[in-house]
Design a protein around this ligand. Structure first.
Ligand SMILES: [Fe+2]
Ligand SMILES: [Fe+2]
Length: 297
């Protein structure tokens, strides 16, 4: 049995006095993000610390982090995120990390991402493949700097072609693609154009019948959707694992996928309990059988 833990949208804040840029470094799209941060979004460090405790207490065989590790692509936020990953004490080959749109908030964001997470990024460019026993994980980047008030993403034809070739070449019985922007939401339809994955339909085409899992983040609301078939394609969004419990009426949660013999056979959801200050198991279920589409969750 192997277990893949899937966390997302950790949105680390910079430590006081350690943003890593002078004041004029905020005179760009970061202004919008800063306002959003002040008035709407909260990802307390205490929840990230509790998540770290949980992952250290129950180390998964592999950890997938599906983007938005920062808020404003600030060097200080990237440092906090890297320190957190290091604190898990998992070897680099057991951690996959991909960028989210907040890690590409300004043009220098993606270079900072590459620099900061170099130990966890095998190969020179996306897609990047890692192996976890019977599972192959293909990390992609749908994140690129987009105009103010926009949060859409795209993979591009070159990355999709490379992904298709990697999938073909892999003999892993369980295949998972990591992408920040979900190709569909829990209702099976794409997100709105200002925040969707513009290559979502093409990604589904590449993956259907050849891949078992698409793991994503971005929406801050956990959901899953299954494309039925002989080899079902299951899309899981982990939500925002460090989101303050009341922000969207949804708790901070993450998923653990258990696989036996290369098949997904259990999905465990763990969530943050504010009273305990710790993560605990919220639910455990078996995936819907092949050929059936579950009701949107
Ligand atoms: Fe996010
Ligand atoms: Fe995002």
């Amino acid at each position: 049995m192997i277990e893949i833990a899937h966390v997302s949208d950790l949105h680390f804040a910079w430590a006081p006095g350690d943003a890593g840029v002078p004041a004029h470094g905020f005179l760009n799209k970061r202004l919008v993000g800063y306002a959003n941060l002040r008035f709407h979004r909260k990802n307390p460090q205490a929840i990230a610390d509790a998540l770290g405790e949980d992952l250290r207490a129950h180390p998964p065989d592999h950890l997938a982090i599906t983007g938005d590790l920062t808020n404003l692509s600030l060097p200080g936020e990237f440092r906090r995120a890297r320190d957190w990953i290091e604190s898990l004490e998992l070897p680099p080959e057991r951690v996959s990390v991909i960028p989210g749109n907040h890690d590409a908030y300004v043009p220098e964001g993606l270079d900072l991402f590459e620099e900061t997470f170099a130990p966890w990024l095998p190969g020179p460019s996306w897609p990047r493949e890692q192996r976890a026993g019977p599972a192959a994980l293909f990390g992609t980047s749908s994140s690129l700097p987009v105009p103010w008030f926009r949060a859409w993403g795209a993979l591009g034809p070159e990355q999709l072609d490379s992904l298709s070739r990697l999938i073909d070449a892999s003999d892993a019985p369980l295949k998972a693609v990591l992408v920040h922007h979900p190709p569909v939401l829990g209702n099976g339809r794409p997100d709105k154009p200002t925040r969707n994955n513009r290559d979502g339909a093409r990604l589904i085409e590449v993956c259907r019948g050849r891949v078992d899992l698409i793991l994503c983040g971005h929406t801050h609301e956990a959901f899953d959707y299954t494309f039925p078939g002989e080899r079902p394609l299951r899309v899981f969004c982990a939500g925002s694992t460090t989101m303050a419990p009341k922000t969207h009426g949804q708790a901070a949660t993450y998923n653990r996928y258990r696989s036996l013999g290369g098949r997904l056979n259990e999905i465990v959801v763990r969530g943050f309990d504010p009273q305990l200050g710790a993560f605990l198991s919220l639910s455990s279920r078996r995936p819907a059988p092949a050929g059936l589409t579950p009701a949107p969750s």
